[in-house]
Write a protein that binds this ligand. Structure first.
Ligand SMILES: Cc1cc2nc3c(=O)[nH]c(=O)nc-3n(C[C@H](O)[C@H](O)[C@H](O)COP(=O)(O)OP(=O)(O)OC[C@H]3O[C@@H](n4cnc5c(N)ncnc54)[C@H](O)[C@@H]3O)c2cc1C
Length: 496
């Protein structure tokens, strides 16, 4: 496992933090005591009859990109969701579109035939919503052109991955705040909000969205920005993927690429509740230049006390960070057992958080939104919940800073005033019941909100959790741009 504890001391070397390393999970997780199997995902194979009524050969002829059907070379690889815990998916067809016209051709020939149709960019949907069984996948991953303009804006094809965008921008001295996994699609990330290690200084990824082209459920190509289809533009910033249309490209404002100091602190396991409570109060009132994620990991049978690690970033002159960390340590009241900080270029910092793995992962996850800071008693409740469990991790991703500069109704991302997003995660493929049980148990402490990009197909009360008071408005927009429900799936807002 790599990590800040093992950082090289110079800013040009880029040690990488694997996702498992970032989460602090060990190989013991696979054997952890979380059991049970939930049927994941929405559509089954009930669409075989309707699929047979579609002229797939005709569609194949008119598309510029390939159309893969079961049995075709490349079909099996292309139908695998990133989350290996979801098992095999068998879409009726995967259209590897080259652009807007191909998307329109797909809709013209397949919409109305009763099979699910879903866009797919990076394929990282937690529930595999971009790869519906028996449906049509509109795979935009070939559309990954990135054009940086002189005014500092960047136009990105919907198929681009985060690592593509970060590298292209860094080469021009620019940056976009975003998530950590290099192969997450910029489209899916932005549509749900986009939380990352630079959110507090610069806002969510969707806060930098200036405009997007969208092929609606009606097959119409529209430009959505502040003055054109502004209702759709509102929905594209936090409403989540698959709501109303297929985004073909996105234009973002960018910021000057900063130097990023990455820090980490680990406190003794006996101080986990103190660290969690202190972290929440410290980060909530910290300068926006600081972002920090607090991890709470379950212990082992031999040592059930939950462990902790706080990993964060500071944007600014590195020598200005230590007093902030001293405040945190004083609030915890115990010295850390490990502490490191290293300054990186923007691109190397993003590579560091990207980790070394680029392959698929097996995981189950859900989320909660932390609405207020945690008193010591609340933090103790959280650690008590973790002490009685195995193979789970909580990631408290700080919000606030620039994220809170907008009002909850300014964009579809409603959790503007929250302290943190809390991801509940296990690498145990059959750990969904455990993840959901912990989600429920946390609700009295956190509140009942959830982040739509960390969705869970089996979660109850999902619409209110994802969108809260924005749900009605989002539903109206989605029904306007996709009146027939062409892009329907279980957690589409139209089903709220
Ligand atoms: C390993 C990993 C790390 C992650 N890290 C972060 C993180 O740091 N921060 C964060 O905020 N999130 C993070 N996420 C969550 C991620 O943002 C969501 O899973 C996101 O939806 C993935 O987008 P995608 O394009 O890769 O996925 P896809 O599966 O392709 O799409 C996700 C959803 O959006 C729809 N969609 C896809 N493309 C389009 C399009 N062009 N137009 C309209 N709808 C579309 C799909 O139909 C599906 O419903 C992470 C996920 C994983 C698996």
């Amino acid at each position: 496992m790599t990590g800040p504890q093992q950082d090289a001391q110079n800013s040009t070397a880029t040690p990488r933090l694997s996702r498992r390393g970032f989460l602090g999970l060990t190989g013991a997780l696979a054997a952890a005591g979380t059991t049970g199997a939930f049927a994941f995902g929405s559509a089954g194979n009930a669409n075989a009859a309707t699929s047979a009524s579609i002229d797939w050969a005709g569609l194949r002829k008119v598309l510029d990109g390939p159309l893969l059907r079961p049995g075709d070379a490349g079909y099996t690889a292309a139908s695998r969701p990133f989350n290996a815990a979801l098992g095999t998916r068998t879409p009726a067809a995967i259209a590897q579109v080259t652009g807007r016209a191909d998307i329109q051709r797909c809709l013209k020939r397949v919409a109305g035939h009763g099979i699910p149709i879903a866009a797919r960019s990076g394929g990282h949907s937690y529930a595999g919503y971009s790869t519906p069984n028996g449906g049509l996948v509109i795979d935009v991953s070939r559309a990954k052109k990135i054009t940086i303009k002189d005014d500092g804006t960047v136009q990105v094809g919907a198929g681009a991955h985060l690592s593509d965008v970060y590298a292209a921008l860094a080469a021009r001295g620019r940056a976009l705040p975003g998530g950590s996994c290099p192969t997450v699609g910029v489209a899916g990330l932005t549509l749900g909000g986009g939380i990352g290690v630079l959110s507090r200084p610069y806002g969510l990824t969707c806060d930098h969205l200036k405009s997007a082209h969208v092929v609606t459920g009606e097959g119409e190509l529209v430009l959505a920005d502040a003055s054109h289809h502004s209702d759709l533009f509102w929905a594209l910033r936090g409403g989540g993927g698959g709501q109303g249309g297929v985004v073909t490209d996105l234009t973002f404002t960018t910021v000057a690429a900063p130097t990023v100091t990455v820090f980490s602190l680990t406190f003794p396991a006996t101080a986990t509740a103190a660290a969690l409570s202190a972290w929440s109060q410290w980060i909530h009132s910290a300068v926006p230049a600081i972002t920090a994620v607090c991890h709470v990991n379950t212990g082992t049978a031999a040592n059930p006390t939950p462990t902790n690690r706080i990993v964060g970033t500071f944007v600014g002159t590195p020598s200005k960070l230590p007093p902030h960390l001293a405040d945190l340590i004083a609030a915890v009241g115990v010295n850390p057992t490990a502490q490191r900080s290293t300054s990186y270029t923007y691109l190397n910092a993003m590579k560091y958080f990207a980790g070394s793995g680029t392959g698929r992962e097996k995981f189950r996850a859900a989320s909660r939104i932390l609405n207020g800071t945690l008193t010591r008693a609340h933090a103790q409740q959280v650690t008590d919940l973790m002490a009685e469990r195995r193979g789970l991790v909580l990631l408290f991703d700080a919000l606030g800073g620039e994220v809170a500069d907008l009002a909850p109704t300014d964009t579809a991302f409603v959790h503007r005033k929250a302290v943190a997003s809390v991801q509940i995660y296990t690498s145990n493929a059959s750990g969904d019941p455990a993840v959901l049980a912990l989600q429920n148990a946390l609700t009295p402490v956190t509140g009942s909100g959830s982040y739509v990009n960390y969705l869970n197909a089996n979660q109850k009360g999902w619409a209110d959790a994802y969108w809260g008071k924005n749900t009605t408005r989002l539903k109206k927009v989605v029904k306007k741009y996709d009146p027939k429900g062409v892009f329907n799936f279980a957690q589409n807002v139209r089903n709220a």
